[in-house]
Design a protein around this ligand. Structure first.
Ligand SMILES: [Zn+2]
Length: 185
């Protein structure tokens, strides 16, 4: 028998779960419990075969997300200071602040919290990020390509924003029935 875990349940929440629409709170304590939550998030992301997961997607309204973007996509980034605790491909972002560069362009996106839904989302190509790692150590990063997309998508989750809010009009039309189905499930 093991003692009860102090870590809250970490499981995927699907739209229209309320937590996906809340503005998440900043993190100010970098505890072992937080790092256990992050480890569980990586497990959930691996099971779901995602490349990014934000804390609100597992029912935790905190400003935290993780990424596991393929290495070839990361090479397109212009990293200035990679978080020291990150293993290859795997990154943790806490309390991220973004600055955008360039005119918006369309790219297909999906979301683990919106099964069966994909569509074109408009975003600027380059993002400059400042954030903290899981030990509270600050880092900065400039990203392009898929890494930039993922950072912007996951940061939107921390503000209760979903891809269905930002899709192009044709993609909204294409997904209308699938979205309604999720809302009525
Ligand atoms: Zn998502």
């Amino acid at each position: 028998m093991s003692s009860p875990s102090p870590v809250p349940p970490v499981q995927l929440h699907i739209y229209p779960a309320k937590v996906l629409r809340q503005k998440a709170k900043p993190i100010d304590k970098f505890t072992d419990e937080l790092r256990q939550v992050i480890a569980r998030m990586f497990e959930v992301m691996d099971v779901e075969e995602g490349i990014g997961l934000a804390a609100p997607q597992v029912g935790i309204s905190l400003r935290l997300f993780i990424l596991d973007v393929p290495e070839n996509a990361k090479r397109g980034s212009l990293a200035t200071s990679i978080p020291p605790s990150a293993s290859p491909g795997r990154m943790v972002f806490i309390n991220p602040v973004l600055r955008f560069e360039g005119p918006v362009e369309p790219m297909d996106e999906g979301c683990l919290s919106l099964p069966e839904i994909t569509g074109e989302v408009l975003r600027p190509p380059i993002v400059h990020v400042t954030a903290l790692d899981e030990f509270g150590k600050p880092f900065t990063l400039t990203a392009g390509g898929l890494l930039s997309r993922c950072i912007q998508h996951e940061t939107d989750h921390l503000d209760g924003v979903l891809i269905i809010d930002k899709m192009t009009q044709p993609s909204r039309v294409k997904n209308r029935i699938a979205v309604k189905k999720l809302e009525n499930d």
